[in-house]
Design a protein around this ligand. Structure first.
Ligand code: FAD
Length: 463
């Protein structure tokens, strides 16, 4: 079977849905969206957890109240999404180690120094960009400060400042492309934590208005769920996409929005093989892993009230169950708390059964809160890295990838266009990055199909 359309979009995450919107607005409605899973939303996904719904993927609306509008915030308000302020500021009041709670007098000087370090690194990032200096890692930048975090408490605050955001340590992350964070600078310093029981993905419904979605169900036949792409043939004449159910879609152009983690695997076969420069750009960029582990207890044993939401656990091993957040405000009386791990710790626990992870987590919690706390009754965490349709959670810009190489990551090959959060130069890693990238790529496709200007690498409008 061959189905002929103008444009084939691969992936119904935020980027694919955003691309469909821009195409629709540009007068191209003859497209299909091929999505491997049974739903729209991709990395925005919730799950049942002890009678409630929790977000396994994106959870915060990041970057609000700044000079530029964040489309995620606008969409959230359009559907009256339930969210609350992310109260990050009291962290010096909420630090624990293997001896239990650490008095603020002990940790405040460490937190203050970390703040100076953070500001110093941001300023250095600005200098490197303004003076067009060769990139260095965030860790290298920290060395210019004269003090690199090394005690357990210093390390947990450091990972709170960096790993909690980019899911990789400062050693890996590009200074020039992450400091200061464009999301904070342009979209705003505030974030909101989403706890809506309809799910964060509800905000995608107005974005994908052309698919007529309600409560996660979409009636427009252009959306093809459970349709995994296996092969893509591309040329300057068009694109043919093969799916697992042995249908071929032929289009004048295609927009591929699968994650950079997926592109780094052989899940999709390209014909001809992707050129070396393209593969090199794909392989150099990083797909990070960030894992929230949800826990429910028969009773609450952590402090509650304003300023207690975020807790840190300082282990001698950096990244060992460091970040904690209780959900007493969002789900009062439910006794739910979650811990977040990243990077190698995420990859490690993805390979462990839930019970083994729970046993480790309980040892940590007993160090923090004493031996008498009850065992958790429920545990839930996703395995994004092992999932062949994701292979991680979001991209992180590593040291060594220049703006030129980044353009190669975004660049089309023939009429096959690349999109997804990893293609948003300023906002990679975020939902808004995916929305901006989807729209930018679709603009490039429109230019190609309407004006015959297909060499779009440098002609995309900036978000
Ligand atoms: P995706 O959502 O990955 O969409 C691509 C789609 O392609 C997927 O639906 C996938 O199923 C599909 N696909 C893959 N392979 C195939 C194939 N062979 N054939 C057909 N379809 C295929 N962002 C924030 O702004 N705030 C946050 O708080 C935040 N936290 C996060 C926490 C976690 C745990 C995760 C996972 C992500 C988080 N993000 C956050 C990042 C944000 O979720 C992503 O940047 C964004 O959703 C990516 O959208 P996308 O459309 O680029 O990719």
């Amino acid at each position: 079977d061959v189905i002929t359309v103008d444009v084939i979009i691969i992936g119904a995450g935020a980027a694919g849905l955003s691309a469909g919107k821009t195409l629709s607005e540009g007068g191209i409605t003859d497209f299909v969206i091929l999505e491997a899973t049974e739903r729209i939303g991709g990395r925005i996904r919730n799950a049942e957890f002890a009678r409630l719904k929790v977000e396994l993927g994106a959870n915060w609306i990041e970057g609000v109240n700044g000079e530029k509008e964040n489309p995620v915030y606008t969409l959230a308000n359009e559907v009256n999404l339930k969210y609350s302020d992310a109260l990050y500021d009291n962290v010096s009041q909420n630090i624990y180690d293997h001896t239990g709670y650490l008095a603020p007098e002990l940790v405040t000087p460490v937190v203050e120094r970390a703040e100076h370090l953070f500001d110093f690194v941001e300023d250095l990032g600005t200098k490197f960009t303004n003076e067009n200096l060769d990139d260095i890692s965030v860790l290298t930048a920290q060395r210019f400060f004269g003090h690199v975090p090394s005690t357990a408490v210093e390390m947990v605050i450091d990972s709170w400042n960096y790993d909690f955001v980019s899911a990789e340590p400062p050693r890996v992350t590009s200074l020039r492309n992450s400091q200061p964070l464009a999301t904070d600078t342009f979209l705003g310093p505030d974030s909101y934590f989403v706890s809506d029981q309809r799910g964060y993905a509800t905000l995608l419904e107005p974005l994908a208005y052309y698919l007529n979605c309600k409560g996660g169900m979409c009636s427009d036949p252009r959306l093809r769920l459970n349709t995994a792409v296996t092969k893509i043939e591309y040329s300057t004449g068009g694109v043919t996409v093969h799916t697992e159910d042995e249908i071929r879609y032929r289009g004048k152009a295609a927009v591929l929005t699968v994650s950079i983690g997926v592109l780094q695997t052989d899940l999709i076969h390209f014909s001809p093989a992707l050129p070396f420069w393209k593969l090199s750009a794909i392989y150099q960029f990083n797909m990070a892993v960030y894992t929230k582990i949800f826990l429910k207890f028969p009773k609450r044993f952590w402090p509650t009230g304003p300023g207690t939401e975020y807790l840190l656990y300082a282990d001698v091993k950096r990244g060992y169950y460091p970040f904690w957040q209780h959900l007493d405000n969002e789900f009062p009386g439910e006794n739910i708390i979650f811990t977040t791990v990243t990077d190698d710790e995420s990859r490690r626990i993805e390979q462990m059964p839930d019970e083994e992870t729970l046993a480790e987590v309980m040892v940590v919690l007993r160090k923090m809160f004493g031996p008498d706390i009850p065992n958790a009754s429920h545990i839930l965490y996703p395995r994004w890295w092992q999932d062949k349709y994701f292979r991680g959670t979001f991209s992180n810009w590593p040291i060594g990838v220049s703006s030129y190489e980044y353009k190669q990551l975004q660049a089309p090959v023939g009429r096959l266009y690349f999109s997804g959060e990893h293609c948003s130069e300023q906002y990679n890693g975020y939902v808004h990055g995916a929305i901006f990238a989807g729209s930018e790529t679709a603009h490039a496709v429109l230019k190609c199909l309407h004006e015959d200007k297909c060499d779009t690498l440098y002609s995309r409008p900036k978000a």
